[in-house]
Design a binder for this molecule. Structure first.
Ligand SMILES: [Zn+2]
Length: 383
């Protein structure tokens, strides 16, 4: 067939959801071919990337790998039938015929769905033509495997489920690694478990557990266990989505030094903030009392010290402070756009900084609190 996603999307664009931005249109297309996504489902692809899928500047491979197992062509066919009138179908059929001469007015919805499915499935198994660096962070390095061509094969399920679990058994209180590495070889010790045997065979109804927990779950599956495992699975799905949207925070030597110094600061080095940190108070919603307490505490205790450390690092040319500040701002805006609440945003920013610098979470929370007071994180609330 040989049609690219970009060509396909361009043909449909004039007839579907008029008035949508390019990125929203592309997202709508993908969601329409996925297996019953939740209402708050998010593809986890940044708007810029969605746009460049449309214009053909970025290949859809890494998204395709992630979604290949949830494709449901019937849903897409239905979507076309519900959203496109006869005239538009005629026009689409005419354009698509250059890729598949058997397309007619009566089968255009079904054929479009088949073409789209083929686009995704072939992209999921093809070697990447152009790496999208951002998206490669969705899953830990080394765990990325091409999805098998058969969308329902257990192989593709397994590797995706393993990625989702980040190689750890998430059953309550376990935390055992699902793969052990010894002498350069990996030893797998996991089982794919169907969470609820009464529910259909979908990706969302499976999870990877260590062999011990898997056995335990299978022998004691009762309503309480089942709903608990469902909850664990929901969290895994939410985590995967969040990871996909947080932008990279570029790390410079100076930043790690600042964070290290914060960690070992002595009471004598810390001059408390003279006035009340009004900015912080204004920007955190009153209901987030725990977050207010944490951030106010950190700001009062550390703000002048952190401010000095950053100034010193930029003076010495060890850190491009403005760039870093912008990155924090940008990361915050993206999380906010995605509808995350203030405590989650704060938590994600801290986690991200901590992961990229390999430093402890507490000093990173001090840094993020500093940016709350500096007005880069959180905007003034209505109150
Ligand atoms: Zn376990």
């Amino acid at each position: 067939m040989g049609i690219s996603f970009s060509q396909f999307a361009e043909i449909l664009q004039p007839y579907l959801k008029k008035g949508l931005s390019v990125e929203d249109f592309v997202e709508t297309l993908f969601i329409a071919i996925l297996d019953e996504p939740d209402d708050d489902f998010d593809l986890g692809v940044k708007p810029d990337t969605l746009k460049s899928y449309y214009y053909g500047n970025t290949q859809i491979n890494s998204l395709a790998e992630r979604i290949a197992t949830y494709i449901n062509a019937d849903r897409f066919e239905q979507y076309i039938n519900e959203n496109i009138g006869e005239d538009a179908k005629k026009a689409i059929a005419k354009e698509l015929r250059q890729f598949d001469p058997s397309i007619t007015l009566t089968n255009v919805a079904k054929k479009s769905a088949a073409i789209f499915r083929e686009c995704i499935q072939s992209a999921a198994v093809l070697p990447r033509k152009r790496k999208s660096k951002k998206e490669d962070n969705n899953f830990p390095a080394g765990q990325k495997k091409a999805v098998a061509k058969n969308a329902n094969s257990s192989i593709s399920y397994n590797s995706l489920l393993l990625m989702e679990s980040r190689g750890i058994c998430h059953y309550d209180g376990c935390g055992k690694p699902l793969m052990l590495f010894s002498n350069g070889k990996s030893i797998e010790d996991y089982e794919i478990i169907k969470i609820d045997s009464k529910v259909s065979d979908s990706f969302n109804n499976h999870v990877a557990l260590c062999s011990i927990c898997a056995k335990k779950y299978k022998t004691t599956a009762n309503p309480t266990n089942i709903s608990r495992l469902k909850e664990i699975k929901r969290q895994l799905i939410a985590e995967t989505k969040k990871d996909a949207i947080i932008s990279d925070i570029a790390i410079e030597e100076g930043l790690e030094r600042v964070i290290k110094k914060i960690e070992v600061a002595t009471p004598r080095q810390l001059v408390k903030l003279a006035e009340e940190p009004v900015e912080t108070k204004k920007k955190i919603e009153a209901k987030n009392i725990m977050l207010i307490t944490i951030v106010l505490g950190f700001v009062t205790q550390y703000y002048p010290y952190v401010d000095d450390l950053f100034k010193q690092a930029s003076r010495e040319g060890k850190l491009r402070f403005t760039t870093f500040e912008q990155q924090i701002r940008l990361a915050y805006l993206k999380l906010k756009d995605d509808g995350l609440q203030q405590p989650e945003i704060f938590d994600q920013l801290v986690k991200r900084l901590s992961n990229s610098t390999n430093e402890k979470k507490e000093p990173c929370a001090v840094v993020i609190s500093y940016f709350v007071q500096k007005c880069e994180v959180f905007d003034a609330t209505a109150e």
